[in-house]
Design a protein around this ligand. Structure first.
Ligand SMILES: [Zn+2]
Length: 361
């Protein structure tokens, strides 16, 4: 296939479970949009969340995609191997004075915060420094070195101990207050109230984020009011999803992000980070997500069944029907031709304004 356009798209699954109907919808949607525009389509493994990552699942996902004829045009990249790039971005944010360490516990935030659109709105407690601490070095000796030991391979570790214990991993951080048993490592939060270059403020609103989605229209958020300063590096040493996605989309030259509408809420944060890092903002298209009979998004948590690999052509047919593409009946059972037909006849505008639809069993 020739690539006559500058379009670069991607599908970025988290290898926490096998591909299910909902994730296949996102894969197919992003593939069709890229190929319809004669673009490049990439697969990226978002295996950053080390403890949740399941060994071997990434390979299973790639094999499943291959069965459907969805092959990455360039080598698959793994977020677990991209720590250096995230460190660079953190250093940039630090040098621009838009991030700060935060030692607040969930409990402390819950006690003083209001509910926002995604949990509590961080009230900005640590913006002017972490609160008084027995060790004065603590607010000045932060390192961006991950608290996790390196060498976890692709980041797929079976145990979840990394989220709860940090013994022996961290120097320079002492327990908060008398008798505290856990070593407190700060998370890093990005300010949502500060533009490094004010002339770029237009379009995002004074303090918010808004963008024009190809299917969902104008999406607006006020980041400071609706979410508060959000975490870019977690207290367990892992980089936050929001930062990693932004860094990787830029590194891979992604021009078009096509993904599920469940990520709409994340997009203004990602655009905010693109601005702070001086990166280009891609075009966004958020597809409706597939929901089960109870109206819940299909996911590992809602026990969504893995994609039917025994009858891939039928499965692809259902995905295309879900995407309202109305493939001709004579192509039923003919996977390669069904896929080429779908590329040629891709009409995403049929999904305009749809955020969730029942999965087709
Ligand atoms: Zn704090």
């Amino acid at each position: 296939m020739t690539h006559s356009s500058n379009y670069r798209g991607r599908f970025a699954p988290s290898p926490t479970g096998l591909l299910h109907f909902g994730s296949l919808v996102a894969a197919v949607g992003s593939f069709l949009d890229a190929k319809h525009h004669h673009g490049i389509w990439l697969v990226r493994m978002e295996d950053l969340d080390t403890p949740r990552c399941v060994l071997g699942v990434a390979d299973d996902i790639l094999r499943t995609l291959e069965v459907f004829g969805l092959n990455s045009d360039e080598p698959v990249i793994y977020q677990s191997q991209r720590t250096a790039a995230y460190e660079d971005a953190m250093a940039k944010l630090q040098s621009r004075g838009v991030v700060y360490p935060c030692g607040c516990t969930r409990r402390e935030i819950a006690d003083s915060a209001v509910q926002g659109i995604e949990g509590y709105v961080y009230p900005g407690t640590c913006r002017s420094g972490m609160r008084p601490h027995p060790n004065p070095d603590v607010t000045t000796s932060h390192s961006t070195t991950p608290a996790h030991p390196q060498g976890a391979g692709r980041g797929c570790k079976a145990d979840e101990s990394a989220t709860t214990t940090h013994s022996g991993q961290v120097a320079g951080y002492l327990p908060m207050g008398e008798g505290a048993s856990a070593i407190r490592i700060p998370a890093w939060r990005v300010r949502t109230d500060r533009f490094p270059s004010p002339q770029r403020g237009e379009g995002l609103g004074e303090r918010g984020g808004s963008f024009d989605d190809a299917l969902q229209g104008l999406i607006s958020q006020n980041l400071e009011r609706d979410l508060g300063d959000f975490v870019v590096k977690r207290a367990d040493g892992l980089f936050a999803y929001q930062l990693a996605v932004v860094v990787d989309d830029a590194a891979q030259g992604i021009t078009h992000v096509v993904r599920g509408s469940d990520l709409l809420v994340s997009t203004p944060r990602q655009i905010w980070l693109q601005w702070l890092l001086g990166l280009t903002t891609p075009a966004y298209m958020h597809l409706p997500v597939a929901v089960n009979a109870a109206g819940e998004k299909l996911s590992k948590q809602t026990l969504a069944a893995p994609v039917d690999m025994a009858h891939p052509a039928e499965t692809l047919w259902r995905v295309l029907a879900f995407l309202r593409q109305e493939p001709p009946t004579e192509l039923a059972g003919d996977l390669p031709n069904l896929l080429s037909w779908a590329v040629q006849n891709w009409q995403p505008e049929r999904l305009r304004g749809l955020k969730a639809m029942p999965a087709l069993a």
